[in-house]
Design a protein around this ligand. Sequence first.
Ligand SMILES: [Zn+2]
Length: 70
Amino acid sequence: MGVMTTTTTEAPTLSPADRCDRCGARAIVRAVLPGGGDLLFCGHHGRQHAAQLRQVAVEIHDSEGALADA
Ligand SMILES: [Zn+2]
């Protein structure tokens, strides 16, 4: 007891309404940041930032395997 718990939400899934923060294309990569914010990327920009995302993100949702070989 006494341990502060944070509300864990279901892993957010990407919907067609989610857009890449960089270019506005449909996002297929979501990177969750330590502060709780998140970044959305299309495959192109997800790959472009893959190395950086893996360093900073606490969780990466890669729904279509866009970063698999990035
Ligand atoms: Zn993009």
